[in-house]
Ligand binder design. Sequence first.
Ligand SMILES: [Mg+2]
Length: 412
Amino acid sequence: MKIDKAEVIVTSPDRNFVTLKLTTEDGLTGLGDATLNGRELAVVSYLRDHVVQLLLGRDASRIEDTWQFLYRSAYWRRGPVTMASIAAVDMALWDIKGKAAGMPVYQLLGGASRTGLLAYGHASGKTNEELFDSVRRHQEEGYRAIRIQAAVPGLKSIYGIASNATFEAMQGVRYDHEPAQRGALPNEEDWDTRSYLRHIPTVFEAVRNEFGPELPLLHDGHHRMTPNQAAQLGKSLEPFDLFWLEDCTPAENPEALRLVRQHTTTPLAIGEIFNTIWDYQQIIREQLIDYVRSAVTHTGGITHLKKVLEYASQYQIKSGMHGPTDISPVGMAAAMHLGLAIHNFGIQEYMKHGAKTDSVFEQSYTWQDGFLHPGDKPGLGVELNVDEAGQYPYVQAYLPYNRLADGTVHDW
Ligand SMILES: [Mg+2]
């Protein structure tokens, strides 16, 4: 089971993806997702220039040992570039182990704890009518839980609102929000927290009036509020029974969540920009969150995120793994295998990939009646169509950034 070949493949079918492909002496292959939205080539360099040569000749069956070796031998620990690189190696090794065993990865993790994974999609609109249409369309596609993002009067362009004008204009192509824009410079968006805090509760009231009390609704604050503002929002949304309020304050300061917690019972989710168990240590121990938002791709792979989630389970904190379109089908499959196996699964974010991405990454995971399943092929169940990937070279793309009315840069 020695690793014979390690290739880093960059492709940009609908957006940029970085994939690590490992091949063993006996011809088994494993894939790992190393996509870091907007900073993709930094991870490519980390892998190509510093990791690939360390893998050649290593025993592919030694997943934990390889993880510890890559984490500890670099000396410079943590951070998104390092942890996405380690994650890609880890995923690829689990993929190989599954193929060697003839089992899907979830079986190696202890077997299925449920029959499927509840997933939520992203509805958004510039008006309530547009938002309702988006919610209905998601329901028609089977979604049983829906994230609600709405434009704020007076602000031109904000996070979470689909940029395509109408579903009809896209001739039936769904228009989930895709924030990374191709181009040489990042887009500038605008922000005003007071307007947002005034407006959002009216949106949730309208959605509840239209769709009733049962539908689980989520909302993403995208790190923009102070602890006091987040506490106000959490309180004002309590009548609308949110599944969660996500990233209400900047994630760098876990203590901010203490104040939010003291003032609201709205469930809190955080962690999509976290990379290690150390980022979660305090907020899990102090029970300051309800859901762990990390992606397998940005948290050191299946091996490390499983440890985070097992730690969280002691405090009845559940998973809510990050699943936007910048997580490749390989990263999504890894999340599904882990989510199916752990006891404390909560919900899985799921934005469907575009047709080009689906042609590059052949998937065996399924979507039925609002539930995902990783499938039963050995390994992760995703294969990379290398010829197809080669049709789509890397394209520079950036996430946007925010300015307030007076020109001050604000959290995006
Ligand atoms: Mg988010």
